[in-house]
Design a protein around this ligand. Structure first.
Ligand code: NAD
Length: 372
């Protein structure tokens, strides 16, 4: 918009004065310049939460073509100072958690990427939406589906986009398998296996604090198997069963799940069998099996390179830093309305939250939970 305004001012024209018909040479020239300039305009992003993942995203964005890190929101002045130096961020684009609502008056920021602990995602998303900026929010989008729904509604009401940080949706080998599934290469899919886990360290971290995490391994890492089951099978589950194993109740207190095995049933007859844990390493595997073929990925959701093969041979798509591709693609979604192969919007995040709620309910009741 700024570019348009500058051009019109320079040309001594006003948008209303222009007759934008295909036969008007001035209008045609204007249009051409507009679209060229618009292509050049990056998505100008502020990162909220300068922790370990925020740092990874910021570094990856250095190689972005359409997204640019221009601002920060942090409660730690020393981090702001360091990021200002590293990313040439002007002081006027720096906020803390008390002042970030003022971002509404900052025309140089288009979107805020919320990378704070899960339990703060709703509050922060609502704050950013109220300020009229687009929101990219990390996974899990919230700590339950009620919060997720409130976030989707708030962003719709504010007229801003809400995207969830599902980086795997843009990863080349993952996309290759999804395209094969869409082409029918696997035939009727009847089974998916998802294994997601790592041994979590420091017991004092927010991931093991229910108020900030909303749950344990399921919220943090199990969500990859849930999400993967949905994009690998290409359907929405209709029932859930789940069983929890807790070997270390001292470390994994009430509300923090250590290990959950869960099963999802799909309308076409497929079943997903998954494991989510904070007590085992080397669990990062997807296997999808159809009547005509299969795909196997290990690692399947780590930072990469992702490795995998199908019944047709190895997956050979080159590795690109996930967050670089993600942010460029998200810029295209926000700026151009591009439709991604696998959705990354708030509704997509909400579908996973509904399933997580059902998994926790199934663990608690020991019963099968129907989702429809
Ligand atoms: P982290 O602890 O390294 O960073 C969290 C940041 O939030 C810190 O800078 C911290 O200062 C800030 N913060 C603000 N208010 C806070 C509060 N009240 N308590 C604690 N910290 C507060 O965590 P992280 O690993 O960067 O995870 C942040 C989010 O990113 C989580 O939602 C997580 O699930 C997500 N994540 C996603 C991926 C992915 O691959 N998509 C990977 C890692 C983390």
């Amino acid at each position: 918009m700024k570019t348009r305004r500058i051009f019109l001012q320079k040309a001594g024209l006003s948008a209303l004065a222009l007759n934008l018909t295909p036969f008007n040479p001035i209008a045609a020239m204007t249009k051409e310049i507009f679209s060229e300039k618009q292509d050049e305009q990056p998505l100008r992003v502020a990162i909220m939460g300068l922790g370990s993942y925020g740092t990874r995203v910021a570094r990856a964005m250095k190689d972005c073509k359409r997204a640019k890190l221009v601002g920060v929101i942090s409660g730690t002045p020393s981090k702001i100072e360091a990021w200002q130096k590293e990313y040439a961020i002007p002081a006027k684009n720096c906020y803390n958690y008390e002042t970030y609502h003022q971002i509404k008056d900052n025309p140089d920021i288009d979107a805020v990427y919320v990378i704070t602990p899960n339990g703060l995602h709703m509050e922060h998303t609502l704050g950013v939406a109220k300020s009229g900026k687009h929101v990219i929010c990390e996974k899990p989008m919230a700590v339950n589906s009620n919060e997720g729904k409130i976030m989707v509604d708030a962003c719709n009401a504010a007229g801003v986009k809400l995207l969830i940080g599902y980086r795997m949706h843009f990863e080349a080998k993952t996309q290759e398998v999804v395209k094969m599934r869409m082409n029918g290469d696997f035939g009727k899919i009847l089974f998916f296996q998802g294994l997601s886990g790592f041994i979590i360290g420091d017991p004092s971290q927010w991931r093991l604090n229910y108020e900030l995490s909303g749950g344990g391994a399921m919220m943090d890492i199990g969500i990859y198997s849930i999400n993967g089951a949905r994009y690998m099978i290409g359907e929405e589950p209709i029932w859930v069963t789940a069983q929890e194993t807790k070997n270390n109740p001292e470390k994994f207190k009430e509300g923090i799940d250590e290990t959950i095995q869960f099963q999802l049933g799909f309308p076409g007859g497929a079943v997903a069998s998954c494991l989510s844990t904070y007590s085992m390493n080397n669990l990062d595997k997807f296997f999808v099996n159809g009547l005509k073929g299969f795909a196997e990925m290990q690692p399947s959701t780590g930072y990469g390179p992702i490795e995998g093969k199908t019944h047709k041979g190895p997956l050979t798509n080159p590795h690109v830093t996930h967050q670089t591709t993600q942010m460029d693609e998200m810029a295209a979604i926000i700026l151009d309305g591009k439709k991604p192969l696998v959705p990354v919007d708030g509704e997509e995040g909400l579908k996973d939250m509904v399933i997580i709620d059902a998994i926790y309910e199934a663990v608690k009741t020991g019963k099968k939970v129907n989702l429809v």
